[in-house]
Design a binder for this molecule. Structure first.
Ligand SMILES: Nc1nc2c(c(=O)[nH]1)N[C@H]1C(S)=C(S)[C@@H](COP(=O)(O)OP(=O)(O)OC[C@H]3O[C@@H](n4cnc5c(=O)[nH]c(N)nc54)[C@H](O)[C@@H]3O)O[C@H]1N2
Ligand SMILES: Nc1nc2c(c(=O)[nH]1)N[C@H]1C(S)=C(S)[C@@H](COP(=O)(O)OP(=O)(O)OC[C@H]3O[C@@H](n4cnc5c(=O)[nH]c(N)nc54)[C@H](O)[C@@H]3O)O[C@H]1N2
Ligand code: SF4
Ligand SMILES: [Mo]
Length: 711
């Protein structure tokens, strides 16, 4: 391949368009694509350095196996590695039943892989146990959006609508660091005179650029939204006509927020009463207004109700489905965060957002798959529950992981690591030896973004063709080929094509008539440059950039209000744990860090794990900038460098979750789960903060030590 290839970034949901061109010296040039409507040529530092992943010296290029977890890995042939997996699946299922083998997937997988992985577990393993890391991502917003609107499409409108909002409220979202090229939509709005309000306990780069920054106590967003709605009702700012014609259930919500007096809300959230009034009045007076939420509000044990509280406010002000520049949306995060949740990787779900518990849905999908509907298992358990039960009578004994690194990214990570150790068998497919792969019995090397074709769906519901641009290293196989290899050995290979386009054609049929209907989307249409948003039910259908304009996707076409109240937090600060910990992201690292910690440019940009804390808090604890700091909760502790930041709250410290080992912040986080979405409480828990004795061993926690025997 020597011609330039248009493709997309390996990392976040923005899926910025890039062009890769081979250079005479054998390296690749990477530039942002000006013709791609989302990034228009813009890239962040992660995307700009993405080629550093392709020929990385630590890239896995051969299967690794070992006979016991105490042994180092040794290289094996594909036949040996796949035979071992098939033998472990068979032995485990014979001994403990089909559901004792499970799978854990990722929102970075292409639509084709997400679809095939779900099918693989139901048809080849015939197990109910599959879930994926999207459960840790936007599942609370998904649950709330589905409840309120009958459909989950992260943004029911395109990014292009964002500049059209005269008032934009960003709650728990920091796109200046997490999706930098998307800031152009915000800049465009501000240039037109739009007013931007950021609600975040930290003064983030996004907050710096906004007109107003409200800095609440973490995990008080539900009370805040209820309080704003209380004011809107009291001041007669709600849209009565919209409520009457387009919604159900407002009276119960009106009653529920009656007791959210502004002074009470100020006490809970720390946001002053005049600021509360000002925000509601600005939203109600503006010709167009938009509320966007992200992980800061959603990754809580009451994340679904919190997202619902903001939807209630948006509905009361008549925003969703009321034309460009109005509405509520959630900003999905992973490369295929949207598509990865539509095609059957979730425990309860079949492709096209169909349900495993619905007989008609089962019959449709079983028909496309060519199996008997009765063969399909029922729903399994959610991601954290799957991990928590590993190696027990109630859980899986053998697990296949693809495209996730839960030892770093799951809550209560030390416990999760222990559960991994209790498995009889673990196989991991990855491009690098991640912290989770290091615990495995078999590790399989896979192709990555530019080495294979596939489709991705971005937060707008826009389906993209991510084209193959380079050949993979010899010896590496695609996830599709790996699942086929295992299925072959289980006598089910005939169900699993390995060509992405063939898988997509099947996915289109499986999704036809479902909520996320891809029936009319083809590789040809995408390659021709058509901009296609689902639902797109036929090849002559233009796709749907705006959903909800005429009606919502509920049976009666109306959106649902739902009264919500905060639950008592699972843990409250006490004398031993007097501060609050919150977690999130740094601009130059991605997720569990498997990829970005290995990029020389990105590792140099942020070489060491750190905790942000307010200078006054630091001073009171005798901590100076750069000192090692130990954070502790009842679950574990982590040691990080102090980074003093006057934009922090004095009672709250912030840690990015991109490191494992002794710097793994998820050793501290709580595994309390949201009752509806099963989202863990990633964003808030009480924490102890102290200056740490310098322990070089612990401070090296972020360094990956070699675990592979050099053969
Ligand atoms: N650089 C980089 N970019 C990424 C990623 C990455 O790992 N690195 N990951 C991608 C993925 S998968 C995702 S999901 C997105 C996430 O994108 P974001 O949601 O923008 O990222 P976070 O940093 O997790 O959280 C956003 C903000 O929530 C704030 N916050 C914490 N607790 C609370 C709270 O209780 N209330 C409120 N209102 N705010 C709170 C944090 O201070 C933080 O600034 O980013 C995507 N983009
Ligand atoms: N404390 C705290 N914890 C969090 C969060 C937080 O805000 N705070 N955020 C949560 C969120 S939003 C998310 S999305 C999760 C993400 O957490 P993880 O699921 O751990 O995410 P990644 O690090 O992206 O893991 C993806 C892995 O797949 C590999 N990979 C990449 N492409 C492919 C492929 O095509 N095939 C295969 N087989 N492997 C591939 C990568 O090398 C990497 O090891 O973390 C969650 N954990
Ligand atoms: S914003 Fe996201 S998609 Fe765009 S270049 Fe950065 S990581 Fe890649
Ligand atoms: Mo995410």
């Amino acid at each position: 391949m020597s011609a330039p290839t248009d493709t997309h970034c390996p990392y976040c949901s923005l899926q910025c368009g890039i062009t890769l061109t081979p250079k005479p010296d054998g390296t690749l040039s990477l530039v942002g694509r000006a013709d791609f409507p989302v990034n228009r040529g813009g890239l962040c530092i992660k995307g700009a350095t993405a080629t550093e992943l392709l020929d990385h010296p630590e890239r896995l290029t051969a299967p690794l196996v070992r006979d016991s977890r105490d042994d180092p890995f040794r290289q094996a042939t594909w036949d040996e590695a796949l035979d071992r997996i098939a033998a472990a699946v068979t032995a485990t299922q014979e001994r403990y039943g089909r559901d004792a083998v499970g799978a854990f997937g990722g929102g970075g997988l292409t639509n084709e892989k997400a679809y095939q992985f779900g099918k693989f577990v139901r048809v080849a393993l015939r197990s109910r146990n599959i879930d994926y890391n999207g459960r840790f991502c936007m599942s609370s917003a998904v649950a709330a959006g589905t409840r309120a609107f009958g459909m989950d499409r992260g943004l029911p409108f395109p990014f292009d609508d964002i500049p059209k909002a005269d008032v934009l409220v960003l709650v728990g979202s920091n796109p200046a660091d997490t999706m930098p090229p998307a800031m152009r939509f915000l800049e465009e709005g501000r240039e037109r005179g739009a007013r931007h309000i950021v609600i975040d306990p930290r003064r983030t780069a996004t907050a710096e650029l906004a007109h107003t920054h409200l800095q609440p106590v973490p995990n008080t967003d539900l009370s805040l939204a209820n309080g704003l709605l209380h004011i809107a009702i009291r001041e007669n700012l709600v849209d009565e006509e919209y409520i009457a014609t387009r919604t159900n259930g407002f009276d119960a919500v009106r009653r529920a927020v009656r007791s959210y007096w502004p002074d009470r809300v100020e006490r809970v959230t720390g946001i002053a009463v005049p600021d509360l009034y000002e925000l509601v009045r600005a939203m109600a007076a503006a010709p167009t207004a938009m509320i966007l939420t992200a992980r800061g509000v959603e990754q809580h044990a009451d994340g679904t109700d919190t997202a619902q509280a903001w939807i209630n406010l948006a509905l009361a002000l008549g925003l969703p489905g009321s034309g460009p520049g109005n509405g509520w949306g959630t900003i999905t995060g992973q490369g295929n965060g949207q598509g990865g949740r539509e095609h059957g990787q979730k425990a309860d779900q079949l492709p096209g957002y169909r349900q495993l518990t619905n007989p008609a849905h089962r019959a449709h999908v079983a028909g496309v798959w060519g199996v008997d509907p009765d063969e399909l298992p029922g729903p399994g358990v959610s991601a954290y529950e799957l991990l928590d039960r590993m190696g027990t009578d109630a859980g899986v004994r053998a697990l296949l992981v693809s495209a996730s690194n839960p030892v770093v990214s799951a809550p209560n990570a030390r416990h999760v690591e222990e559960r991994f150790a209790a498995l009889d068998f673990l196989a991991v497919t990855d491009i690098f030896l991640s912290e989770t792969a290091r615990l495995a019995d078999v590790v399989l090397p896979t192709t990555q973004w530019a080495e294979e074709s596939g489709t991705m769906t971005n937060p707008e519901g826009r389906v993209l063709l991510r084209r193959k641009a380079v050949e993979p290293p010899p010896g590496v196989r695609s996830d599709l080929g790996i699942w086929r290899g295992i299925a072959d050995r289980l006598g089910r290979g005939q169900f699993f094509p390995t060509e992405p386009e063939e898988v997509f054609t099947e996915l289109r049929r499986a999704s036809a008539g479902g909520i996320a209907d891809y029936a009319g989307i083809t590789y040809q249409r995408l390659a021709a440059g058509e901009e296609l948003f689902w639902p797109c039910p036929a090849e002559d259908h233009p796709g749907t950039s705006h959903v909800f304009t005429e009606r919502f996707a509920t049976p009666d076409g109306r959106a649902n209000f739902l009264p919500v109240r905060p639950r008592l937090a699972a843990e409250l600060p006490d004398e031993a744990h007097p501060y609050l910990l919150t977690t999130g992201r740094a601009r130059s690292h991605y997720q569990s860090g498997t990829q970005t910690r290995r990029s020389p440019t990105l590792a140099a940009a942020v070489p060491r794990p750190y905790v942000e804390l307010h200078p006054e808090l630091a001073r009171s604890l005798g901590i100076s900038d750069g000192d090692p700091v130990r954070l502790s909760t009842p679950r574990g502790s982590a040691v990080l460098d102090a980074r003093l930041d006057p934009g922090s709250r004095r009672d709250t410290v912030f840690v990015p979750f991109h490191w494992g080992g002794a710097a793994c912040v998820n050793a501290l986080t709580s595994d309390a789960l949201d009752p509806t979405s099963r989202m863990p409480e990633f964003k808030t828990c009480p924490v102890a903060v102290e200056k740490a004795a310098i322990d070089p061993e612990e401070k090296n926690g972020a360094v990956v030590r070699p675990a592979v025997a050099r053969t």
